[in-house]
Design a protein around this ligand. Structure first.
Ligand SMILES: NC(=O)c1ccc[n+]([C@@H]2O[C@H](COP(=O)([O-])OP(=O)(O)OC[C@H]3O[C@@H](n4cnc5c(N)ncnc54)[C@H](O)[C@@H]3O)[C@@H](O)[C@H]2O)c1
Length: 1628
């Protein structure tokens, strides 16, 4: 036999685990020799087979040949698809069928070669096949080696959960061959490391420490392939291989030991489930996108936090766990970008997770079992402990609520975590220093963590932990640093201090002689990429260092060339951040020449931090000299730093954090209790240590401060005094704490502190804190916005803010505070939350930055109860499918485009529909500079103007970050700085480019002159700016007036359609992209069926004139982009890529004609379309275009690059992705694991899944139906479109419920074989009993001449619904009506005069609108979950009035300044409500009997209604109405002054010159006196008259929608009704 060194581990009394490297020959011979059998069946997956199966086959073949027995054994391999879906009942059955087919008997030996999936599945088959056959585990993933292959647990998954069916089945052998890890993808390796870290964490401090410190060596071991089977014997084994094997063996030994003591998991064995209770629940939601170990990693951290919360585990251990897991590239919270970016992450609600945990096998009853760690290497109990849901919920929830009250630990005495500033400085100093330094009380936080990781990456020092992590031992590298290994970037998250310090540290890296990577890349998260670093980089560059910006100028990421720091004189602008100064100071001793650092740029910010750096440098042996003015003796901002190497003191104790101390002290102040902070006193190095004396004392607290301690006692609750003026420049970080106190400081300042320039007594004016605008967030703005939610007024100042205090009782309760991912915002508001009820602090984890256990300390050390709050409710997640309006205002919209493109017009309309303020940068400019733009340019020139303009852009973005429309000048893109600002804004906000054709623009500009002329041809300007607009914007709105007519010719029918719909189009576009009213199909994701119409034209514009007819019944329109052909290529055949410009025009044209959302599909040839399979770049350019145009649905094939799809997902805004897979071969089996794999992949990539196969028989549709039921039974599953193509597949199209693609008889050809029309599907559904007949009624009296039956029956017939609509004229709401509404086939009813009030008692519920208006005109029966039916009353009259007006309002009227209602009867109430909803600022009411008008006013206390005494007599200084609604009978009005007893109408009604809309709800005669008057006297001014029949139609459309869940086919219905109406009128 080949010489092989083996290490054997004993389990359950048998040495059955054999470990080594390159073991295949050993495995084969051991199996054949010791497990004689007739058949050896090796099961593996395709991935593993491709690497390792042939070696097994060869070895077996050779060995079997040598077997002397007469009947030689058989070796048969069986290969299955990889992935979790194989671990299913179907997967098990497949293997069993294979074994039976091959006549395997009880003496078979099964070999499971693969990861945990293979091990679990094959193990379970072995356990039950022929009541159990022998098994060998040959794990090939790290996870399987250290976990699943050891212990005998086997299982398969069901849709109800993972591993729910299985058995314990011990293998004869488990062969651990570490060489398999060389082919394992690194993500899979990390996945296994989660289990390795977990085992060490519960069992061995020593092993944990090894894992902590040796991560890079361990990675190197798997990344360096071994050749010639080296490592098989000890003599050929490298150190790296030895390390890897020892890690694996160590972990297995622990598990083997535990299993041996407790095989059946009654106690001790539970320990290996550390991290799994929560981890499994997360995995159930995120699988398959996120791997088991990745979820366990998060579980480990969360479960450790449970232990911390219970006071069992300290923060040091949590910090170590976090760091160690991160070192193996594992996520440690659900906020990790890899997770947060997944659509499924929305489903990680606390309720859902707890629900999943309920079915955990470890639970006994309702208690959850969690393994509690007490320190690294030890658990609290020798089993999992019981933990209540409430505690788990608190850890899982993303937000917290502090319960107000008196701190129960009063008087509080505590220490705060180590100072962040001192910790970071000490780390840099000790790392750069010579010798070993023991750092005590180091802060364990995100910030210090990234700093340590970065210093390790730069190989600048090594770290070890002592005293259970209380002490960090730094072995300094004396300034020797290297560029991190290839491909590794220094990632700093949002850690500002680390970013600043490390930038200079990286310039110290010396050029290396080897040809290793050339530069160090320093990067961070999105916010970090916005924070400034320019002044520091400028200083370093001018000193000769090569530092390049990789993205935005002035921000991270940076690329730094290793060349050492030159030194000599360095000038630095220090007015933004003192960290720049400290950064250079700390590194300066290592420059080639002694450094003289001169600070420029006016006032130096935060001198105390500079002094802190100097003091600490001195402790580490370098004395800096600050220059003194020889004459005045004043200290100058010039520092002389000698050359040298830091000498590490043996020990350095880090002071507690003074900024953190402000929170417990402030809680004492606000709650009238007492708090002592040990470890911070008057001798502190930190500026914030002054907070107690300089802020709290003047506010009325008693403060006692010794050198090393501070005690604060607050005045009785509610007695805090305002501060007047306070300069917080020496303690800027503490201003947030001061601000929340100032919010409740309503008492006048102490004598002498009052403001001289203000009479108000409750003012606190904080100055000297301008730098806080560029911290983790713009903190001044953040405080202003968040305090406003409590009803606190503030005023922003240049370098601070003013806060106007209020008594606590007047503050708003129930506020949800947004923290901007800023720890200080969160902690400051938790102070306010201690006295204001129901305050929710969102993003609780942001405190990890400096005080990770703040919430625990608040509860355990201060004594205020803290509850978890789950912000992500499942209804929100589901709402995203249905297009419900969003609750919170989104980021402001920036509008750019060429001058004359329509920015102002479109922007104002957008602002009007969103009801957001519109800000025009030009007006803002004039207001600020007190000069017109044209004059400014003439005086100062273009460059100065561009600079000022860019400045204004930044100012606007800072000032109006949410809920505004900001319109910019056309030339804003001319400067790089402004482009950078726009680009970075587009990463989270919307920058919309208004696209308009150049010819149109030119024509328009001819008439405009308020802006300076270009001085060059407009076309040139246009060409220059076009790419810039594209680069800066993430959305495009086509102002299509020109585009359509010029590209399609003026005589296309579509070009002739009126542009009145532009208002609707703008409302839809901006409502969608801002998420305020996403234009999605309401039926998708609901229990209703939904359809889209596939448009298969090469050019869809000729068909659009018929779109109403074609799109009857559907919920969206599919644009088959791959079938489009540009006019010049109209006969192109075969694979084709349509030019983007053609696609843009087509989308613009669809939008102009219909409000239906668009499904954007680019189908490739291999998936049944016409787009080339290999044109991925072009396809994604089209998808990009779709997201830019805010197209609502994008169909994306999952065969494209997953990375690109995920990237698209992160940019798609409020649009949804349909992840699709089409298999035309007819071979796709709906019950196979492969199909489930495709489903899982699609579900992980898209919001909606689309799977299309081809049916060969009717049964294929039943299998499809089964598949859909199975995947839909999983809670939170995505909507799925599943159909079979071909005629045989038609049944699947009928049964499919989500977005069934339909064709129409008028279309040239079907998009796919077997496609049905909407009408056909309706008929089929009726035939198979899915769409029973229903009866609808009109209740009222007299009604026999009503148009309603015509209207509704026309709609039912167009929608091919088996419904009828009938009159039911009765004398009262009595027996007859009661009997009608309870009949089983009752579908709904309209209610008219005189029953709109009388019907209300019959209703079980009323819509809010019907309640406000006090009348019901629509009855909707609703079937409840238990099958019972209730009657719901609604009112659609008001919607009809609003729609009649909104769709006709001239564009000159953005929102009506004023509107008039004539009459005060029933319909007037709906009219008032409609006008209010329309946004009319004032509403006038006229009624002949004034007292009746007054009753109307009283009915709407929340709406401003003014009664007028005569028509035309508007209130003083008030605008005339631009909307008029008459609700009185036509016969009661007249234009004839001599007519008696009628209301006289005069042209003065139409005084508004901007035009308007006049609606007469009476529809007999067709032209009422009011409408005739409008037509004759006001139409020239732009007044539009609307007949009452239009209102009847509109309310009918809405009724149809409410009853059937389908859009009403308006064009068909309106045509039928008008025809009938004219017929009736002519006969009258
Ligand atoms: N029974 C237990 O005690 C236990 C414990 C933990 C996990 N599990 C189960 O284990 C499963 C997960 O196991 P896993 O993480 O090993 O996943 P896996 O089996 O799916 O393997 C991961 C991927 O790596 C590929 N692969 C495996 N070995 C490879 C190699 N050497 N080279 C290249 N590619 C390779 C596989 O084909 C697969 O695509 C889950 O089903 C989980 O429930 C069971």
């Amino acid at each position: 036999m080949v010489a092989t060194d083996i290490l054997k581990i004993s389990i359950l009394g048998k040495e059955s685990i054999h470990c080594g490297i390159h073991l295949i020959p050993y495995i084969v011979s051991t199996v054949l020799e010791t497990l004689p059998a007739s058949t050896y069946v090796l099961v593996t997956d395709t991935n593993v087979a491709s690497f390792h199966l042939s070696t097994f086959e060869a070895e077996f073949k050779e060995a079997i040949q040598k077997v002397s027995a007469e009947t030689k054994p058989r070796f048969i391999p069986f290969i299955i698809p990889p992935g979790e879906t194989s671990k299913s009942r179907e997967g098990k059955a497949q293997i069993e069928d294979f074994l039976l087919l091959n006549k395997c008997t009880r003496d078979t030996v099964m070999l499971a070669l693969g990861g945990g999936v293979i091990g679990d599945l094959v193990g379970f088959v072995a356990a039950t096949f022929m009541r159990g056959v022998r098994l060998c585990q040959i794990p090939t993933t790290l996870l399987a080696m250290v976990d699943s292959s050891v212990g005998g647990k086997t299982a398969i998954d069901t849709p109800h959960g993972k591993n729910l069916i299985g058995a314990f089945w011990q293998p004869e052998y488990t062969f651990i061959d570490a060489a398999f890890l060389e082919t394992l993808p690194t993500r899979e390796f990390s996945n296994g490391m989660a289990e390795v870290v977990k085992t060490a964490a519960i069992w061995s401090d020593k092993e944990f420490a090894d894992l902590e410190t040796r991560s890079s060596e361990i990675f190197a071991a798997i990344q360096t392939p071994s050749s010639n089977n080296s490592g098989r014997t000890l003599s050929t084994r490298s150190e790296a291989q030895q390390l890897l094997l020892s890690i694996v063996v160590g972990s297995i030994s622990v598990k083997a030991h535990i299993v041996t003591i407790d095989e059946r998991e009654t106690g001790l064995r539970n320990l290996v489930n550390f991290g799994h209770t929560i981890g499994h629940a997360i995995e159930a939601v995120l699988t398959p996108a996120i791997l088991h170990g990745e979820c366990v990693s998060i579980g480990i951290l969360y479960e450790a936090e449970v232990a911390r919360q219970l006071g069992i585990l300290n923060q040091v251990a949590i910090g170590r766990l976090a760091r160690c897991l991160k070192a193996y590239n594992l996520p440690i919270s659900v906020t990790d970008p890899r997770i947060a970016s997944l659509p499924a992450a929305k489903l990680l609600t606390v309720e859902r997770l707890l629900d999943i945990m309920k079915v955990d096998k470890k639970n006994s009853g309702s208690q959850k079992k969690i393994v509690l760690l007490s320190r690294i290497g030890k658990t609290y109990e020798e089993k999992a402990s019981d933990v209540s849901d409430q505690i788990i919920a608190k850890i899982l929830s993303d937000a917290v609520k502090v319960i107000p009250g008196v701190p129960s630990k009063d008087p509080v005495r505590m220490a705060t975590p180590g100072s962040k500033s001192i910790s970071n400085r000490a780390l840099v100093l000790a790392a750069l220093g010579k010798g070993t330094c023991r750092l005590k009380n180091l802060l364990h936080s995100d910030d210090t963590q990234v700093m340590m990781t970065a210093l390790l990456d730069l190989k600048g020092a090594s770290f070890e932990w002592e005293d259970e992590g209380e002490t960090l031992v730094v072995n300094g590298g004396a300034g020797a640093l290297s560029v991190p290994e290839q491909g590794k970037e220094i990632y700093l998250g949002n850690a500002g201090t680390a970013a600043r310090f490390l930038t200079t540290v990286c310039t110290l890296v010396q050029k290396s002689s080897s040809a290793q990577p050339s530069t160090t890349v320093v990067t961070g998260n999105a916010r970090m990429k916005q924070r400034p670093i320019g002044p520091l980089v400028d200083a370093l560059r001018s000193n000769g260092s090569q530092v390049e910006y990789l993205e935005s100028q002035g921000c991270l990421p940076l690329s730094i060339t290793p060349a050492g720091l030159k030194g000599g004189k360095i000038q630095l602008a220090a007015s933004v951040s003192s960290q720049y100064v400290s950064s250079i100071l700390l590194c300066a001793p290592y420059a080639a020449e002694p450094v003289t650092l001169e600070l420029t740029g006016g006032q130096v910010i935060s001198q105390p931090y500079i002094d802190m750096t100097l003091a600490m440098m001195k402790t580490f042996g370098v004395a800096v000299v600050r220059q003194v003015d020889p004459v005045t003796k004043k200290l100058l901002d010039v520092y002389h730093i000698p050359k040298g190497t830091y000498v590490n003191p043996a020990e350095y104790s880090i002071e507690s954090d003074a900024s953190s101390a402000t929170y417990p002290l402030a809680i004492a102040a606000i709650t009238g209790t007492s708090c002592t902070i040990a470890n911070i006193g008057s001798s502190s190095l930190q500026g914030d240590a002054r907070f107690a004396k300089e802020v709290l004392e003047p506010m009325g607290c008693q403060v006692v401060q010794s050198e090393n301690e501070t005690t604060v006692k607050g005045p009785p609750i509610g007695q805090l005094k305002a501060l007047g003026l306070i300069d917080m420049e020496p303690m800027t970080d503490a201003f947030l704490t001061a601000s929340v106190l100032a919010a409740v400081a309503a008492n006048q300042p102490k004598a002498g502190r009052e403001l001289q320039d203000s009479d108000a007594k409750n003012v606190t004016r904080i100055v000297g804190i301008a730098n806080q605008r560029v911290k983790e967030c713009n903190r001044i703005k953040a405080m202003i916005d968040e305090l406003a939610k409590f009803g606190i007024q503030t005023k922003e100042l240049n370098d601070g803010l003013e806060i106007y205090g209020k008594p606590i009782s007047e503050l708003a309760t129930g506020v949800s505070v947004h923290c901007y991912d800023d720890h200080r915002v969160a902690m400051a508001f938790s102070v306010l939350a201690s006295v204001v009820r129901e305050t929710v602090i969102e993003e609780k984890r942001c405190v990890d930055k400096t005080w990770p256990n703040w919430w625990d300390d608040l509860e355990n050390k201060i004594g205020l109860k803290v509850d978890g709050v789950d912000l992500a409710s499942p209804s929100d997640a589901e709402a995203s499918f249905k297009g419900s309006p969003s609750k919170s205002p989104s980021a402001s919209v920036v509008i750019v485009g060429m001058r004359g493109s329509g920015k102002t017009f479109i922007g104002q309309l957008a602002a009007a529909t969103l009801q957001w303020p519109f800000v025009d940068a030009d007006f803002y400019f004039v207001e600020k500079h007190k000069v017109e733009v044209r004059a400014f340019v003439q005086q100062n020139g273009w460059p100065a103007f561009r600079e000022a303009e860019t400045h204004i852009l930044r100012e606007l973005l800072e000032r109006y970050p949410t809920g505004h429309i900001l319109s910019l000048g056309g030339g804003i893109v001319e400067t790089a700085a402004a482009r950078e600002t726009l680009k970075s804004y587009a990463k989270h906000g919307q920058v919309v480019h208004i696209v308009r054709e150049i010819d149109e623009v030119v024509r328009y500009l001819g008439e405009e002159s308020s802006r300076p002329a270009y001085g060059e041809p407009i076309a040139d300007v246009f060409r220059r700016r076009e790419p810039w607009f594209a680069e800066c914007c993430n959305y495009e709105f086509v102002n299509h007036t020109g585009v359509i007519s010029s590209s399609l010719g003026d005589d296309t029918p579509i070009a002739k359609k009126p542009t009145a719909s532009i208002r609707g189009e703008i409302a839809r576009f901006f409502g969608h992209i801002t998420g305020q009213y996403p234009n999605l199909a309401a039926n998708v994701g609901s229990d209703k069926r939904s359809y889209f119409l596939s448009l298969t034209f090469p050019d869809i514009t000729p068909a659009l004139i018929h779109v109403d007819e074609l799109a009857v019944g559907v919920d969206a329109i599919e644009l088959r982009v791959d079938l489009l052909r540009a006019p010049q290529d109209k006969d192109a055949y075969g694979p084709y890529i349509p030019p983007n410009s053609h696609v843009v025009t087509q989308i613009a044209a669809i939008r102009r004609t219909t409000s239906l959302p668009i499904v954007f599909t680019v189908r490739t040839t291999s998936q049944g379309g016409s787009f080339p399979d290999d044109a991925e770049d072009e396809a994604f350019s089209l998808f990009d275009l779709a997201t830019r145009m805010g197209v609502e649905y994008i169909d994306i094939e999952i065969s494209w690059s997953q990375k690109r799809i995920r990237d698209l997902n992160s940019r798609k805004g409020h649009s949804l992705l349909i992840a699709s897979w089409h298999d035309w071969s007819g071979k796709m089996a709906w019950d196979s694991a492969l199909t489930k794999d495709k489903y899982d992949l699609a579900a992980s990539l898209g919001d909606i899944v689309k799977l299309v196969g081809k049916a060969n028989s009717l049964e294929d549709n039943l299998r499809l139906h089964d598949f859909v039921s199975r995947v839909n039974s999983v809670p939170g599953s995505k909507p799925i479109i599943a159909i079979n193509m071909g005629v045989e597949g038609q049944l699947s199209r009928i049964l499919n419920t989500t977005f069934s693609p339909v064709t129409h008889p008028l279309l040239p050809n079907k998009a796919a074989p077997g496609q049905l029309s909407f009408a056909q599907i309706q008929s089929a559904l009726h035939l198979i009993g899915q769409l029973p007949s229903q009866r609808f009624f009109l209740f009222g009296n007299p009604i026999t001449t009503s148009m309603s039956p015509t209207l509704h029956n026309a709609a039912f017939s167009a929608l091919n619904l088996p419904y009828t609509y009938e009159y039911l004229e009765t004398d009262d709401v009595g027996q007859i009506i009661r009997a009608a509404v309870v009949a089983p086939d009752f579908g709904g009813a309209s209610v008219t005069i005189p029953f709109k009030l009388d019907i209300i008692p019959l209703m079980d519920s009323l819509s809010p609108e019907a309640q406000i208006i006090g009348a019901v005109n629509t009855i909707i029966p609703i079937t409840q979950e238990d099958g019972s039916r209730v009657l719901h009353g609604d009112n659609t009259d008001w919607i009809a009035i609003r729609e009649c007006i909104r769709s006709r309002l001239p564009t000159s009227v953005l929102l009506p300044e004023a509107a008039l209602v004539i009459g005060a009867g029933g319909t007037s109430r709906a009219a008032v409500f409609a006008l209010h909803k329309l946004g009319s600022k004032r509403i006038y009411v006229y009624n002949r009997t004034r007292s009746k008008a007054q009753i109307l006013v009283d009915a709407f206390p929340q709406i401003r209604i003014e009664v007028i005494d005569a028509l035309g007599a508007w209130p003083a200084n008030a605008p005339p109405p631009s909307v008029i609604v008459s609700t009185v009978p036509a016969s009661a009005t007249s234009t004839d002054p001599s007519a008696s007893n009628t209301l006289l109408l005069s042209p003065s009604l139409f005084a508004s010159d901007k035009g308007g809309v006049v609606l007469d709800v009476a529809y007999k005669p067709a032209l009422t006196p009011l409408l005739s008057l409008a037509a004759s006297t006001a139409s020239a001014k732009g007044w539009v008259a609307v007949q009452g029949l239009e209102m009847l139609l509109e309310q009918g459309y809405v009724q149809i929608e409410r009853w059937t869940g389908r859009r009403c086919p308006k064009a068909v219905v309106s045509k039928t009704v008008w025809a009938k109406y004219e017929d009736v009128i002519s006969k009258d």
